[in-house]
Design a protein around this ligand. Sequence first.
Ligand SMILES: Nc1ncnc2c1ncn2[C@@H]1O[C@H](COP(=O)(O)OP(=O)(O)OP(=O)(O)O)[C@@H](O)[C@H]1O
Ligand SMILES: [Mg+2]
Length: 205
Amino acid sequence: MKKGVFITFEGAEGSGKSTQIRNAASFFRHQKRQVVLLREPGGTRISEAIRSVLLDRGNRGMSHVTELLLYLSARAQIVHEKILPALRSGKVVICDRFEDSTLAYQGYGRGIPLPLIREVSRLVRGTLRPDLTFVLDIDIKKGLSRGGRHDRIEREAFSFHQKVRRGFLALARKEPRRVIVVDSGQPLPEVSRRVLEKLQNVFGE
Ligand SMILES: Nc1ncnc2c1ncn2[C@@H]1O[C@H](COP(=O)(O)OP(=O)(O)OP(=O)(O)O)[C@@H](O)[C@H]1O
Ligand SMILES: [Mg+2]
């Protein structure tokens, strides 16, 4: 049996994550590999319940620490219940958001110290790290205008989204081998081509 592969897609709302995840999934399905698609926060019964608390527009009073811990709780469950078992059985796991989103939104965006987040995060994911991460980088206004109804996080100020965007780019600079930035403001065929090219380089047969 082939070794499991763990890929994550990161980036702002409306940056094209769902679209490129479908693109990546078909790349691996062509290789006859079993693909598991997951989204964060969510993907398990417990994590989806946490997701609805996080995104509920009625929860405007949520403290930044509460928010961080809820995201991490949702992740702890999906890692345990879905991601690790799938990787152990040799599947390709593609996740819509993972740890980099927490560092970008709660770290760079909310201002919680990154070393603290990384520390608690280690408890959540153990030694699990993505084999490859795509950051889909998009102009904030363009990204938000692609989305539909805005949830609690999407309704944050422009300056918050700007910090998050810069955060993703800073994270990519720190780990250039794992994290690939793709300019998602380009026409869709070009974005898809860039993603497939990288997948082909790393996972091509
Ligand atoms: N490169 C592109 N150029 C133009 N439109 C795009 C591009 N990529 C995706 N889109 C369109 O933008 C919208 C948002 O894309 P998508 O749902 O993939 O983003 P997302 O990052 O998953 O968003 P969300 O955070 O809301 O889940 C969709 O209607 C999609 O068809
Ligand atoms: Mg999406």
